[in-house]
Design a protein. Structure first.
Length: 190
């Protein structure tokens, strides 16, 4: 033992440490990936953003639940105003792509009444009268993002594959977690 030099002991310690850490390397890698994902997914919270409007309910597979003004059964998104004051939605955005935040812009003069609902048809048909986006919702799942005119995220929801004629809705209305349920189109989800 006396013949081992300090450098030899350090090498032995280094090898021992490496062997022990190798067992934990996969756990450390998973932990690192999770921490990076959490930090990337976290929105920068801006306290000045009015969070009174929420994505309250939507349906990506609508065959007979609710028809638009032309009698077409299209995808729809229901927004809800949590405040008692009317909110002007002119210049706000809805998108299904984090790479294209300005995908669809609310037209000038669009507002949502206090404690009221606003239906937006996600049918890819902007030639129709009313609020019709230039994108459709995927029945296989995706995300919906609501943004201010300054492109600050107000609300967003990600969803998995949808079932025919079931809506994904906040319960309790406007504040709860999303759950699958029979649609309450333009009405409270409770």
């Amino acid at each position: 033992m006396n013949s081992l030099k300090l450098i030899d002991w350090l090498q032995i310690l280094k090898i021992t440490y490496y062997i022990k850490m190798k067992r934990y390397r996969s756990y450390l890698t998973i932990l690192l990936v999770l921490l990076i994902q959490i930090s990337c997914d976290k929105d920068d919270e801006n306290p000045d953003i009015n969070k009174d409007i929420v994505i309250n309910e939507f349906m990506a597979v609508n065959s007979y639940t609710a028809a638009d003004q032309d009698g077409e059964y299209d995808d729809w998104i229901e927004l809800f105003n949590l405040s008692s004051e009317e909110i002007d939605m002119s210049g706000y955005y809805l998108t299904d792509s984090k790479n294209n935040l300005t995908k669809w812009k609310f037209p000038d003069g669009t507002s949502i009444t206090g404690l009221g609902y606003l239906i937006v048809w996600a049918d890819g048909d902007t030639n129709q009268v009313g609020l019709h986006t230039n994108f459709k919702l995927s029945s296989l799942g995706e995300k919906i993002i609501l943004l201010t005119p300054e492109l600050e995220t107000i609300d967003k929801v990600e969803f998995n594959a949808q079932t025919n004629e079931l809506a994904y809705a906040r319960v309790p209305n406007g504040t709860g977690d999303f759950t699958w349920q029979t649609a309450t189109f333009n009405y409270k989800n409770d």
